[in-house]
Design a protein. Structure first.
Length: 291
């Protein structure tokens, strides 16, 4: 317990340098596994629906369009819902309806394909569309939960006690830059900072092409702004921002985000740990000697 309530509590311990990379590796493995399962289920469902269309008398050259149209409705609805989630908007009702209608249609088409083989054949045919819809929605769910950049708070009139969640918002603010650029690099920094605030960050390539800079110079400008946020977050919260937050806010790659975070963690000195037992023993000896 903090003996003085007016003083800030000790910052939380800094996570190990490998924890960030391990978390990203786990996420990538999960996405890969779900993607493989969804691909296999989509192939089986495609074959069933294609066979149903051929059996119904459709020409072979057009029979493949049935599974594309039915499963395409599922993909279309999920992508629209993903886009709405990334922008912080509510998913359109038509996208939800398309997802449900596509799931029902693909299940019905697969069951109809195995209907002639009896109940067992119909149940086997129903496995592929169910797995497809579940796996695809799990994949979209992981993408929807990617953090979005938060809006910077308005400045306060007078200093007041700040809650923990405000620290993160203040850490996200871009450091002030000169209003009038005197060099090409300053102009590029201003333009990139404005694009970050507009939630449409410029890439290294666009930044270098617009201001006739080398890719190395553009990469350095972007890295400086990202590093400022990492340093501010470490100073205010005692831990670095999540790589997904840097990816969404600055438009950089996972590798670059992890590289910048680890660089700062490497420069951060380890906090000295006081040996309380030794200190108590020394104090006791001193008191005993004085007595």
């Amino acid at each position: 317990m903090n003996p003085n309530p007016t003083e800030p509590a000790d910052p939380p311990p800094v996570p190990p340098r490998g924890a960030v990379a391990a978390g990203l590796a786990t996420r990538r493995v999960a996405i890969a596994v779900v993607s493989v399962i969804a691909t296999v289920a989509a192939y089986v469902s495609f074959r069933h629906q294609h066979g149903l269309a051929v059996t119904a008398g459709e020409p072979t050259t057009t029979a493949w369009t049935l599974p594309v149209l039915i499963d395409g409705v599922i993909i279309m609805g999920s992508l629209v819902m993903l886009d709405a989630s990334r922008r912080g908007d509510k998913a359109p009702w038509l996208a939800r309806l398309a997802l449900i209608a596509g799931a029902v249609a693909t299940l019905a088409a697969n069951v109809a394909h195995g209907w002639s083989g009896g109940l067992a054949s119909s149940l086997i045919s129903a496995v592929a569309p169910i797995v497809l819809v579940v796996a695809y929605e799990l994949l979209m769910g992981m993408l929807r939960r990617t953090p979005r950049p938060a809006t910077a708070p308005a400045p306060e009139a007078a200093p007041e006690p700040v809650e923990d969640h405000t620290d993160q918002e203040r850490a996200e603010q871009v450091e002030p830059t000169p209003t009038v650029a005197t060099t090409v690099e300053e102009a590029a920094r201003l333009a990139y900072g404005a694009s970050v605030l507009a939630r449409e960050p410029l890439s290294e390539r666009k930044l270098s092409d617009r201001f006739k800079l080398t890719r190395t110079a553009a990469r350095s400008i972007i890295g400086e702004l990202v590093d400022e946020l990492v340093v501010t977050t470490l100073r205010m919260q005692g831990k670095p921002p999540h790589p997904d937050h840097l990816i969404a806010r600055f438009g950089i790659t996972e590798r670059r985000a992890v590289e910048l975070i680890n660089a700062r963690l490497a420069d951060r000195p380890a906090e000295p740990v006081e040996d309380t037992d030794q200190a108590a023993l020394t104090t006791g000896n001193t008191v005993g000697g004085a007595a």
